[in-house]
Ligand binder design. Structure first.
Ligand code: SMG
Ligand code: MG
Length: 383
């Protein structure tokens, strides 16, 4: 395709309730959408003008990973998008499948790279009228919805919150944990809702290997998995911890690429992998991680970063691939937002329907987009 312009649109979206994790509390989400305007091959091969959408999942502060919103915007504006235009200026064509290779000279910055690759992919698919789910190879038309439940001021509030989600039909509960909020909330949930409930925990790197004996106390609760108890770079230590507890070890922050996934599997550091396209550089790398995990018999599920309907649509498509054997953090838009920028995703019998339209299959509503926008920058070939 031929890129014409790229807009980076930052939104402000209040959350329905504060979301507390071991690294902090989010009261609002400030996603950055990437809007690509391009000329690409239409269904008959003739050129058509299209718009494609991507979403950058970086948080405002570098507390989940090293990337953060202003940094992602900066690297997109000054390095990544200019590299694409330069490639095009030298006679190269831009396709979703080659974006990562063109951007390879820039190290890291995977959330920023993922957002632009996603927008290019959406534009390319819209041009030829193909859905992202068909392109990726999804084999189902809906995915079971899981919900991530933040750290609460009290166990009573937690029980009430989980009760509400189960009443809505959520099929799996994930509890955020941290030192001081781990065994007791898990025990209370099991006591109240029973052993059948699909339950897992996520520590967001809040523990160290010295906590192994304490964490092993979670084993009696029949959890699906424990997600990222140790630091991002602690693959060997996760492998060691996995020998000290029976709850399956799942990695999130540590899996930044297909290479990292291969290493984690080889080291027995991960029995399960949380795949987040934003964290690994895009949907194509996410699919490669799915393929590697599947070939090794490792279960995967699709993580979430409080995405708007744009990212949620694409995550649902990815989660439709056959290796995604566990429910993901793919909830209804209402889990986080009173108002979404697209038509909201809703629960249907505990499932989220995968969009079937061209590309990601959803679009921001122009009025809501305008109302939520706090900043917009445009990058063109003129620089
Ligand atoms: O989108 O449902 C969602 C959020 C799921 O808990 C979630 N994400 O570590 O998996 C994780 C966290 C990262 C974001 S916390 C602000
Ligand atoms: Mg996580």
């Amino acid at each position: 395709m031929r890129l014409l312009s790229v807009d980076l649109i930052t939104l402000r979206m209040p959350l329905v309730s504060p979301f507390q994790t071991s690294f902090g509390t989010q009261n609002e989400r400030t996603p950055m959408l990437v809007r690509v305007h391009a000329e690409t091959a239409g269904p008959t091969g003739d050129p058509v003008e299209v718009i494609g959408w991507g979403e950058c999942v970086a948080l405002v502060d570098p507390v989940y990973s090293s990337e953060y919103l202003d940094g992602a915007r900066d690297v997109l504006t000054r390095f990544l998008i200019p590299l694409l235009f330069a490639h095009q200026g030298k006679g190269g064509t831009i396709t979703a499948e080659t974006v990562a290779e063109v951007l390879r000279p820039i190290v890291g910055n995977r959330m920023a790279k993922s957002a632009i690759e996603m927008a290019v992919l959406d534009a390319q698919l819209r041009g030829r009228g193909e859905s992202l789910s068909a392109y990726l190879g999804a084999t189902v038309d809906r995915v079971p919805a899981g919900v991530s439940v933040g750290i609460m001021p009290s166990v009573d509030q937690l029980l009430e919150t989980v009760d509400g989600y189960l009443a809505q039909g959520y099929r799996r509960i994930k509890l955020k944990i941290q030192p001081g909020w781990d065994i007791a909330p898990v025990a209370a949930i099991r006591q109240r809702f029973g052993d059948e409930l699909l339950l897992q925990v996520d520590a967001n790197a809040a523990y160290t290997l010295r906590d192994a004996v304490h964490l092993a106390r979670l084993d009696e609760f029949g959890l699906l998995l424990i997600e990222q108890p140790l630091g991002e770079e602690d693959l060997r230590q996760h492998s060691r911890l996995a020998t000290m507890m029976s709850t399956p070890m799942c990695l999130d922050e540590s899996i930044v690429s297909a290479e990292a996934a291969a290493d984690a599997i080889a080291l027995n550091a991960a029995a399960v992998i949380n795949i987040k396209p934003g964290r690994v550089g895009g949907y194509l790398e996410a699919r490669r991680i799915h393929d590697i995990a599947r070939a090794h018999g490792i279960a995967v599920w699709c993580g979430g970063m409080l995405e708007t309907g744009v990212g949620r649509a694409a995550n649902a498509a990815l989660a439709g691939l056959p290796g995604f054997t566990l429910p993901g953090d793919i909830s209804a838009s209402s889990r986080f937002f009173r108002e979404d920028v697209t038509e909201p995703f809703v629960l249907e019998d505990g499932y989220i329907r995968i969009p079937t339209g061209p590309g990601i299959g959803v679009e921001p509503d122009a009025d809501r987009l305008a109302a939520m926008t706090t900043s917009a920058v445009q990058v063109t070939s003129e620089g």
